[in-house]
Design a protein around this ligand. Structure first.
Ligand SMILES: [Zn+2]
Length: 166
């Protein structure tokens, strides 16, 4: 284990993914609403492919984040606790066979690299929360509203104001 992942809970592990390459899985069954695991790492000032935004200019970088795949209807979401990311189940997650997924639109205001989702028949472009606002994706925004972190909500309201002024 390198220092980057020290403190990451042993309740999760990396395995082959049906979505893309490798994915993150739970060692035990986790009922909806409970904590799946914790991801620790180092704090960066800018977003990268392996970060989750934990404050306006703070991004948690962890090797494990790379293995959490995106889903537009995920079974988990991330919550910030101090300098670590807590993965919370929003659906029942089975032991070892259900891949843990999050919505990357909730993980960063603006993703370092956008991509096309692999879960929908008409793939969505996943760029981060900012893109959803700029493109008036109201239905999507409504669906994920309760999983969005406070600093992203704050940055969004500033963006909405600037869009109205334009
Ligand atoms: Zn999708």
């Amino acid at each position: 284990m390198n220092s980057n992942t020290l403190g990451t809970s042993r309740s999760v592990f990396v395995g082959p993914s049906k979505i893309n390459g490798r994915g993150l899985f739970s060692r035990r069954a986790v009922p909806s609403g409970e904590i799946v695991g914790r991801l620790c790492g180092v704090i960066l000032q800018e977003a990268s492919k392996r970060t989750i935004q934990i404050a306006r200019n703070r991004h948690l970088c962890s090797d494990y984040i790379d293995f959490v795949n995106h889903c537009c209807r995920p079974n988990a979401y991330v919550r910030v606790e101090g300098d670590s990311i807590v993965l919370n189940a929003i659906k029942n997650i089975g032991r070892e066979d259900d891949e843990i997924t999050i919505d990357y639109n909730c993980s960063e205001f603006s993703l370092a690299e956008s991509f096309m989702c692999r879960c929908c028949s008409v793939p969505n472009r996943i760029c981060g929360y900012q893109y959803l606002i700029e493109n008036n994706q109201d239905e999507y925004l409504h669906r994920i509203a309760r999983f969005v972190q406070p600093h992203i909500v704050q940055m969004s309201s500033e963006l909405k104001k600037s869009l109205m002024i334009r």
